[in-house]
Design a protein around this ligand. Structure first.
Ligand code: KG4
Ligand code: ZN
Length: 328
């Protein structure tokens, strides 16, 4: 059984052998947070409390197994919103205690990365490009369970930039899918900057690009222009994708990596998926991208990551704590 409550999705899944998803239920709180324009942590915790028990019950029922058949209870221990994490952790601890099965505290980003295992075995060493609402990272994985961060964002995470740009263009939270759709439909491209940083750096920066978008929107509005949104969405998306793709490919080429993994909520971006697929085909690089349903937050990915710990007998005690800033 895997439980994920790090942000605004309450999710429970039953995963067999780390890659066979028997059930994966997700209760999204998006409608609740939409009116505030973003996730309100306290509201998120309360919504998790309301739905967690039902999600656990539904997950075993849909999987068609009894509680006694579970071999361990995995739960996201961090990073994430502390109150939200606590709800999942308390539920997982209670269940583990009640049925006397081991508890496995699991890293949320490791979950995003190992979502790729739900589809295909990962080849090592590999590079993981993590793009989510809270993270933008390049990690070198020499072997299973080992992560060396070689690059990360110095300011906004890419999903955060998408959400802020979407808001400036008049879309509700979460805005990433709206900007993606608008960008794919646009024939015109507003020229926007790319933040390459130092020539050998694998770090990212998206706040300058975000400010450039906000300035461009203001200027169009001051000039009384209309219908500029699609070209801005396209320009923003092209800038983001070009930097992500270039740095990820350079990371693969300059290490002994044999595979590139894409993961995280922004991995659902159609422009990014196709640009990376095309480039990897051209360069002869093996690429794994999870299906759309395993890109945004879900418990199945936590089950996939926890399985590796289960194999090693790496269990957590019932003292497990929420770690809002847990590093990879
Ligand atoms: O991984 P995730 O579900 O939550 C975090 O761990 O942060 O990622 C959510 C982020 C949001 O910022 C959302 O706007 C973005 O992923 N996102 C997208 C797309 N679908 C979701 N961004 C760009 N294009 C998309 N199609
Ligand atoms: Zn996430």
């Amino acid at each position: 059984m895997a439980v994920e409550t790090s942000c605004d999705e309450t999710s429970a899944a039953v995963v067999k052998n780390g890659n066979e998803v028997l059930s994966n239920l997700i209760a999204s709180q998006i409608e609740t947070h939409k009116v505030f324009g973003g996730v309100v942590p306290e509201v998120a915790s309360r919504k998790h409390v309301e739905s967690i028990t039902l999600m656990l019950e539904e997950a075993v029922e849909q999987a068609g197994i009894s509680l006694e058949k579970l071999s361990a209870i995995a739960v996201t221990e961090g990073p994430g919103l502390v109150g939200a994490l606590l709800v999942g952790i308390m539920a997982a601890k209670s269940l583990a205690f009640a049925i006397d099965k081991p508890l496995i505290g699991t890293h949320h980003i490791a979950g995003h990365i190992y979502a790729n295992r739900l589809v295909q075995e990962i080849s090592y060493p590999c590079i993981a490009l993590v793009v989510s609402g809270g993270h933008t990272e390049l990690a070198l994985m020499e072997r299973e369970g080992s992560f060396v961060l070689i690059g990360q964002t110095r300011d906004d995470a890419v999903g955060e930039a998408y959400d802020k740009v979407a808001r400036a263009l008049g879309f509700p939270y979460p805005g990433g899918p709206h900007v993606d759709k608008l960008a794919m439909e646009s024939q015109e491209v507003e020229e926007l900057p790319r933040a390459w940083l130092e020539p050998d750096s694998y770090d990212f920066s998206f706040s300058g690009l975000k400010s450039a978008v906000l300035n461009a929107v203001n200027q169009h509005r001051m000039r009384g222009e209309e219908g500029f949104e699609p070209s801005i969405a396209r320009g923003f998306q092209e800038s983001v994708i070009e930097v992500l793709v270039e740095k990820a490919i350079r990371a693969v080429k300059s290490t002994d990596a044999v595979q590139l993994l894409l993961c995280g909520g922004v991995a659902a971006n159609r422009g990014l998926r196709s640009a990376l697929t095309e480039r990897c085909e051209r360069e002869g690089i093996s690429l794994l991208i999870p299906p759309f349903s395993y890109c945004t937050d879900n418990a199945a990915m936590i089950g996939a990551a926890a399985y590796l710990k289960w194999k090693q007998g790496e269990f957590s005690s019932l003292e497990l704590k929420a770690e809002p800033s847990l590093s990879l």
